[in-house]
Design a protein around this ligand. Structure first.
Ligand code: SF4
Length: 368
């Protein structure tokens, strides 16, 4: 187990987890959210720019072994035109997400699953890094600091993270997925849990706003792991925390495992808000997929961010991390007006500000 020295904190969280009814936790988390964010829900534009991945995580629909869909990569021109549309629609934070194309920990998968040699792999990886370099340069040339750029592309060397930061990336999302190193390495063959935690530390040291989080209800998760998931988010002092229910994808080795119920997701969301009052917490698409009103419920249980998928419609169906994913047939921009009405019904308001994390603002001495 990764966490051992925080026994007192563990006991406290476990006590709350076991003994507080979910409704009570939601009430507490709501008053905290109101204090720090009023009724604002920050909007982010999510662009899934490539589903190519070198890894084979057992829970993931776009894992290397799944050959039942088409792989794609959007050109930088296409990504920039989506950002331009988003900018015209008021969006000021863009999340650029892809599968992981890093040669750091992929030899295992490549040897097993692909005809690529490690030398090829390194070339592909370096080309990908260069693509992201060029994209960041062009985004900053066009928009200066008006927009925030979040990358979510996996584990890379510290130097790569530093280069991307210098070129204009502000935030980085890298879920640790589970606080149990053993479970992580069983579910993600060839990947190292400690290397992942090191990457999160590198990102934080460099100055990124760092987002991480975990899957709720992974096969093999125990109550101890659940509590440690929460505790690890706190120990990492995350600026953003993304959590979502495990939803079994039929083309993965975990196809037969059940998902958790929405109450567990809301309980964990509200506990996170209590533990990390100032962090940005999205209501994730997976939560919206688990329950028809999942977004609304999560936004009423401590979440304060929504990511609207503005990827091209024809690509969204090729980025199915789990089945039944919502919003894949809708135009993300048209959906914004529906969303405004939905949020008003629960007393919330769409907010188009950059929405920098309060924790990072404090770190660099900006007053709210
Ligand atoms: S979880 Fe991420 S790294 Fe793992 S297979 Fe899916 S996209 Fe690749």
């Amino acid at each position: 187990m990764y966490i051992s020295e925080n026994i007192n904190e563990f006991d406290k969280i476990q006590n709350i987890y076991r003994n507080f009814p979910t409704g009570r936790l939601i009430d507490i988390s709501n008053s905290i959210t109101k204090k720090y964010f009023q009724n604002k829900i920050y909007i982010r534009g999510l662009i899934e720019f490539s589903n190519i991945c070198f890894n084979d995580c057992k829970y993931c629909g776009i894992r290397l072994s799944n050959r039942s869909f088409n792989r794609y990569e959007l050109s930088n021109e296409k990504i920039l035109s989506i950002i331009e549309d988003g900018y015209r629609n008021g969006i000021r934070t863009f999340v650029l997400q892809s599968g992981e194309r890093s040669y750091l920990n992929s030899d295992y998968n490549i040897k097993k699953k692909s005809s690529n040699t490690p030398a090829n792999l390194k070339t592909i990886s370096l080309k990908f890094i260069e693509k992201v370099d060029k994209l960041l340069i062009e985004i900053r040339r066009r928009y200066s600091d008006e927009v925030a750029i979040t990358l979510s592309c996996g584990v890379y060397e510290r130097k790569t993270y530093q280069d991307w930061f210098n070129l204009g990336a502000n935030r980085y999302l890298l879920r640790f997925e589970t606080s149990s190193g053993d479970l992580y390495e069983d579910l993600c063959p060839g990947k190292s849990f400690s290397r992942r935690i090191q990457a999160l530390q590198d990102l934080s040291d460099i100055g990124y706003e760092v987002g991480s989080g975990f899957l709720i209800g992974l096969p093999g998760e125990t109550e101890e792991i659940t509590i440690n998931n929460l505790l690890l988010c706190k120990m990492l002092r995350l600026d953003m925390v993304g959590i979502g229910p495990f939803l079994a994808h039929p083309e993965t080795p975990l196809a037969k495992f059940p998902s958790v119920d929405i109450e567990q997701v809301l309980k964990i969301t509200s506990l996170l808000r209590i533990l990390l009052p100032e962090s940005n917490i999205p209501a994730t698409t997976a939560t919206g997929t688990l329950d028809k009103l999942g977004w609304e419920k999560a936004l009423s249980s401590g979440a304060n961010v929504l990511m609207i998928n503005i990827s091209p419609a024809e690509m969204k169906k090729e980025y199915l991390l789990y089945p039944g994913k919502i919003c894949i047939y809708e135009d993300g921009f048209k959906y914004l007006s529906d969303l405004k009405v939905k949020l008003e019904k629960i007393g919330k308001q769409l907010c188009f500000e950059r929405g920098d994390s309060l924790t990072s603002k404090r770190k660099i001495g900006i007053n709210r």
